[in-house]
Design a protein around this ligand. Structure first.
Ligand code: NAD
Length: 316
């Protein structure tokens, strides 16, 4: 029988994932917090560390993990992992971007309809006993120009749904070949400013990098059409939150929807309480289907790395 592969799981790794990992790969020890000291203590004999958007996998953790072979992020962004430190020690970093793309895309579309149809205040006022039928005249997505920033897995799915809702879709992504835009019948825009100037609804789907951090600033926000809507389900630091708050307060933007924040949980109550902002607590990838998919993808990738075949389950 193969030697057991010991796994450390971040706090909050779902029970179903732990059960499948234990059956298919090896025993899992779950952390009770995101504290660096607790992680270093527990990681000593582990070959795999499964994380979500937390905890921060620092260089210090990596340097104090003598057996570690893989850091596996259940989810997309690996910005909480010190990839350079992993590379230096030959530790593989894997993630599951394919697992949650539909969930994030559907939330993005849901947020856009919630914004354009004033669903949040309409529901809230009715629950308070007010029948304000005349106050909530909304807008349709049909006939609008939808600007997609970042034409990766999520950006492409958002495109497909927005097109089904009869929006004209423009997309900006300098790293994707022309044929991907053509295949989906999308107009490729070569300058971010042009996409912002032309779109009624803008949704952001780029990964966080030095290049994309602060990409939506006071200056770029004012390139958007007056009264346009902005949706961010990617990473909080891509938007300068103070600049967004100002643009919403001044009524320059029609509204905005955020699932992600510069600091999470967010501390900027003034922004969160603005009537033209709707917000969700980073739940883009939080669906039962995405968790299930992530488990399958992680197990497949770990089996490839450790060359585990289809035989008897390990360690049992
Ligand atoms: P992806 O890697 O498939 O796509 C990202 C795209 O951004 C790529 O095509 C890349 O070329 C493009 N890009 C990079 N720099 C750019 C730039 N300067 N300008 C324009 N485009 C640029 O990633 P994905 O799976 O589509 O995920 C997109 C984002 O969604 C990531 O930030 C991810 O962390 C986030 N996400 C959020 C949640 C959530 O719960 N809200 C869940 C999953 C993913």
């Amino acid at each position: 029988m193969s030697e057991k592969i010991k796994i450390l799981g971040a706090a909050g790794v779902p029970k179903e994932m732990v059960e499948r990992l234990e059956w298919e790969i090896g025993p899992v020890e779950l952390l009770s917090s995101d504290g660096e000291e607790e992680i270093i203590k527990a990681i000593q004999d582990k070959q795999v560390f499964i994380v979500r958007s937390k905890p921060k996998v620092t260089a210090r953790i990596i340097q104090n993990a003598p057996q570690l072979k893989v850091v596996a992020r259940s989810g997309v962004g690996t910005d909480n992992i010190d990839r350079k430190a992993c590379e230096e020690r030959g530790i593989k970093v894997i993630n599951t971007p394919e697992a949650s793309a539909s969930s994030v895309a559907e939330l993005t579309i849901g947020l856009s309809i919630t914004l354009l149809r004033h669903l949040y205040p309409a529901c809230h006022s009715l629950k308070e006993g007010k029948w304000l039928k005349g106050e909530y005249t909304g807008r349709t997505i049909e006939g609008k120009t939808w600007g997609v920033i970042g034409f990766g897995s999520i950006g492409r799915r958002v495109t497909d749904i927005a097109k089904a809702l009869r929006a004209e879709v423009l997309a900006y992504d300098p790293y994707v070949p022309d044929e991907e835009f053509t295949k989906r019948g999308v107009k490729r825009i070569l300058r971010l400013e042009e996409l912002l100037e032309r779109s009624d609804i803008v949704s952001i789907h780029v990964n966080l990098s030095q290049e994309t951090e602060g990409m939506i600033s006071e200056e770029t926000l004012h390139k958007m059409k007056k009264g346009a809507y902005l949706i961010n389900t990617s990473r909080g630091k891509i938007i300068n939150q103070k600049a967004l708050e100002k643009a919403l307060e001044e009524g320059y933007l029609g509204g905005a929807a955020l699932d992600v924040y510069e600091v999470e949980p967010p501390t900027d109550q003034e922004l969160l309480c603005l009537p033209n902002l709707i917000c969700t607590p980073h739940i883009g990838g939080s669906t039962e289907e995405a968790f299930l998919n992530a488990t399958e993808v992680l197990i497949r990738k770990l089996k490839e790395i450790f060359q585990i075949g289809e035989g008897a389950p390990l360690g049992y």
